[in-house]
Design a protein around this ligand. Structure first.
Ligand code: PGA
Length: 276
């Protein structure tokens, strides 16, 4: 199996003023070891990207944005381009989060254009998929997730720079996480669909994060699953001790179950090099 390096990202959503963010990063720097056991990113709101870039200086923590526009420049009031995010110090961008789909109507063609533009600008993409409770109850999970993968990911893309985050909508911010069995089932399905698009070898190297109420007390069980390569963490990423603990657990599980403490794929190494 290809060596996948674990990857934990914190999605701050619309939280933290500058003062609060500095306090959080101070706590995180104190709680984390210098050598991180997995790749780690924090994804603050846009206004905090530059100052958080300074906060992570000298650490292995990377910066991600929560959204991007797909055009390079122009009359798009209120939007930011992938090149602007890159220049602000971002290594990653989250695309297609369920809150963007639900509240801002993002889907299909728009998401594919966003992923394409972000990759072209040299960003790594965290592409989110996941079903609602109604869809799960109606046994539509695989159909919905498969459709979300197909609408945005196409074979011409550099798969090694794409991370997929499986985030069941019913588990986000609800305190109700998927069971490890539910997560593994969907993650394995996602990898099989990625193999159809990108080929089995590329798919074997792609990271698939689980997201939805990940906390220190459920992180080991979730990240112990063979196809769960890390986590996209919302609420718990706002608490330095909790986020650091999840990162530590991700490292332990990566070593124990998967031997994924490898070099990572070429795209993942390029991301690492970009940061330096
Ligand atoms: P949560 O959010 O950890 O607060 O459930 C996860 C996410 O939406 O990325």
């Amino acid at each position: 199996m290809a060596a996948r390096r674990g990857f934990v990202a914190g999605n701050w959503k619309m939280h933290n003023t500058l003062a609060e963010a500095r306090e959080l990063m101070k706590g995180l720097r104190e709680a984390l070891p210098k050598e991180l056991p997995v790749d780690v990113a924090v994804c603050p709101p846009f206004t905090l990207l530059y100052p958080m870039g300074r906060e992570i200086d000298g650490t292995a923590i990377k910066l991600g944005a929560q959204n991007t526009h797909f055009e390079a420049k122009g009359a798009f009031t209120g939007e930011l381009s992938p090149a602007m995010l890159k220049a602000a110090g971002c290594t990653y961008v989250i695309i297609g989060h369920s809150e963007r789909r639900q509240h801002f109507g993002e889907r299909g063609d728009v998401l594919r254009r966003k992923v394409t533009a972000a990759l072209a600008a040299g960003l790594g993409v965290i592409y989110c998929v996941g079903e609602t409770l109604g869809e799960r109850d109606a046994r539509m999970t695989m159909g919905v997730v498969g459709g979300q993968l197909n609408e945005a990911l196409v074979k011409e893309m550099d798969a090694s720079r794409v991370t997929v985050a499986y985030e069941p909508v019913w588990a986000i911010g609800t305190g109700r996480n998927a069971t490890p069995e539910q997560a593994q089932e969907v993650h394995a399905f996602i990898r099989s669909r990625l193999a159809l698009t990108f080929g089995p070898e590329a798919a074997g190297g792609m990271r698939i994060q689980y997201g939805g109420s990940v906390k220190p007390d459920n992180a080991a069980a979730l990240m112990g699953c063979p196809d769960v390569d890390g986590a996209l963490v919302g609420g718990a990423s706002l608490v330095a001790g909790d986020f650091a603990r999840i990162i530590e657990i991700a490292g332990t599980e990566a070593r124990r179950h998967k031997g994924t403490q490898g070099e990572g794929t070429k795209g993942q190494r390029d991301e690492e090099a970009d940061r330096r």
